[in-house]
Design a binder for this molecule. Structure first.
Ligand code: DER
Length: 219
């Protein structure tokens, strides 16, 4: 219950970054679900939202918020999303909710990524959380071998087919000391759709829910 309360606090704090009348980029996960609820309760008017998953699309529609196609939007000022881990520079591991590909697509449309997370997500070095990688199924065995060469133990996420019809590998045992370089390298491997490192698309602001209240980090 405690962690949920911290998520609720950062979800509420994120409303300050929502420009009334704008089109807002919305991520995926339990913290974002709480943000959508806070948004609905706030009555802040929106021209619409661009969603990063079927899950968030359903939640937005249930909140009475118009969902616009990412393809129809040229630019967003703000993208609000959670993270599985975030480091001191705003680099993140994402993909725990299997939405990493559309999350990165929508983040790429936005000028500013605002991350909302409870304090348990803050790490010095990314990689304790198993790194999600969306892959084309036929490439999975080769990719598992490639991660093994780097000391990573990759396993297929059981029963998971993404919104894009692809599979997810979760890679354990990596210490990602150079997120930008590692993201660029893995992204080029044949069969990788998206790697769950958000370094190029790092957060510009993070609202961190901690016992003493919400901490605002600017990167
Ligand atoms: O899948 C994702 O990238 C989500 O944003 C995830 O990282 C955060 O999920 P949570 O808010 O449920 O912890």
């Amino acid at each position: 219950a405690h962690q949920n309360e911290l998520k609720r606090q950062v979800a509420q704090a994120a409303l300050a970054y929502v420009e009334p009348g704008s089109v807002l980029g919305v991520g995926t996960g339990s913290t974002v679900d709480l943000f959508i609820a806070a948004l609905a309760a706030s009555g802040i008017p929106l021209a619409g939202a661009v969603s990063s998953s079927e899950r968030s699309t359903q939640a937005l529609r249930a909140a009475g918020i118009t969902v616009l196609e990412a393809a129809a939007v040229e630019r967003l000022s703000t993208y609000i999303d959670g993270a599985d881990e975030i480091d001191p520079k705003g680099h993140m591991i994402k993909g725990g909710g299997a939405a990493l590909t559309r999350e990165k697509i929508v983040a790429d449309l936005a000028d500013r990524f605002v991350c909302i997370a409870d304090a348990s997500k803050c790490v010095e070095v990314l990689g304790r959380f198993p790194l999600p990688v969306e892959v084309i199924p036929m490439a999975a065995p080769k990719l598992i071998r490639r991660f093994a060469e780097l000391g990573g133990q990759a396993s297929l996420r059981a029963g998971c087919v993404t919104d894009n019809g692809q599979h997810i590998l979760d890679v354990r045992g990596l210490a990602i000391t150079d997120p930008l370089a590692f993201e660029a390298e893995i992204s080029q491997w044949p069969g990788v759709v998206t790697v769950g490192i958000f370094a190029r698309h790092r957060a510009r602001v993070a609202l961190i829910g901690a016992a003493e209240g919400v901490r605002t980090l600017n990167f």
